[in-house]
Design a protein around this ligand. Sequence first.
Ligand code: FAD
Length: 423
Amino acid sequence: MEHFFIASLPPVSPDDVRAAVRAWASEHWDPDLTLVAWRRLLVASGWAAPSWPERWHGRGLPAWSDEAANGELIAAGAVGAPVGSGMWLAAPTIVAHGPDATRERYLEPTLTGEQTWCQLFSEPGAGSDLAGLTTTAELDGDEWVVNGQKVWNTSAHHADLGMLMARTDWSASKHRGLTYFVLPMHQAGVEVRPLRQMNNHSSFNEVFLTDARIPRDAVVGEVGDGWRAALTTLAFERRFGGMARPSYASGPSRVLAEARREADEHFATYRWYPQRAGRADLVVERAHAARVDDDPVIRQEIARLLSMQSVSRWTADRARAALTLGRTPGPEGSIGKLAASLVAKQAAHVHSMIAGADGMLTGPDSPLGGVIAEVLVSVPAVSIAGGTDEIQRNILGEKALGLPREPGPGREVPFRDLPRNGI
Ligand SMILES: Cc1cc2nc3c(=O)[nH]c(=O)nc-3n(C[C@H](O)[C@H](O)[C@H](O)COP(=O)(O)OP(=O)(O)OC[C@H]3O[C@@H](n4cnc5c(N)ncnc54)[C@H](O)[C@@H]3O)c2cc1C
């Protein structure tokens, strides 16, 4: 992995970045362009992802500069880089691990929004134990042929490309025989079947791969070394604190209209995500409205929730400050992920105390038109997605506290000889 992000950094501050972006936007913003044409200009300027290396469309600035530049573009009434797992997970992994052919082919269309992504990691028998996956890729001339099944794949129903983890060597040890591929989704060998969730949304899918084809060189990192690249994707996923819809300026503009359509399509999949975070913002108002704000037990639980939320925000601020100073953050990713889950569960608990049995109702007469019911059935997702609470605790125990590793079979045993699914 190339450590682009901690190269020696020029002395710049967020204010410097914002001023430079403002100046660039005032000279170049053209509301009559197409969205793709505008983003190509932006990519050429290095302001679409300034933390990336100069050779790969960036400016070699610190990690915080992406958010600063994007915020300034929106404040100037313009449009920044697209949102989605391509920008947050796939592209930074490709920047870090290459190879150059993959960087050349996929980084620019991801930055312009021409190609969107989904993550094809989990399988029915391999979630927490991701390295136990059995989807297999075999080389056939100039192509890899892939067979297997993935599951819980958010946005796979409208993605162009998949970040696919597959086993390429069953005689290597569990973590060594894996390869990270870029899978073209629109082909006969890829069947995407949407799943219906208990909150009635349908944001993730099963993906069946039957003789799916991948060009020989469409890999991230090296063949057989996919685990290292996957760890980078998972680290970005833990660090990623949530997604806010960009507040684009109103008014007639071709770029803005296309950007709003892009955001509408993207956020349709995620419209339940505020509820899965617990909607702690609603509890005080709900306690007043339900006239339970003088109940000492409810007051105590609300105070506990708001304290947990503040502590969690300070941890996120510490991680951001470390990035601003050019330092690599420590275990804040796992702590933040775990804290978000605990806050969401506590918020759901408080909402249940306030609403009582009515919290189970949905429809126009129910608390907040069904929002509270949606909170209660959506919150469990936070402690599973992106690595469960137990897995975050294992990571913290092993990596931050230096506790002994979890017991398991020797790391050198060939994968085909390992017991699987309790067999
Ligand atoms: C909203 C949402 C979106 C998702 N999006 C995607 C996506 O886009 N792409 C994708 O590939 N996947 C996605 N996932 C899947 C997610 O990554 C997995 O669900 C997660 O890794 C857990 O795997 P599992 O469901 O197989 O549970 P399991 O691994 O079977 O775990 C079951 C239980 O056992 C516990 N457990 C397992 N191993 C250990 C251990 N070693 N120590 C202690 N406890 C353990 C777990 O904590 C859990 O409580 C998504 C999941 C959700 C909920």
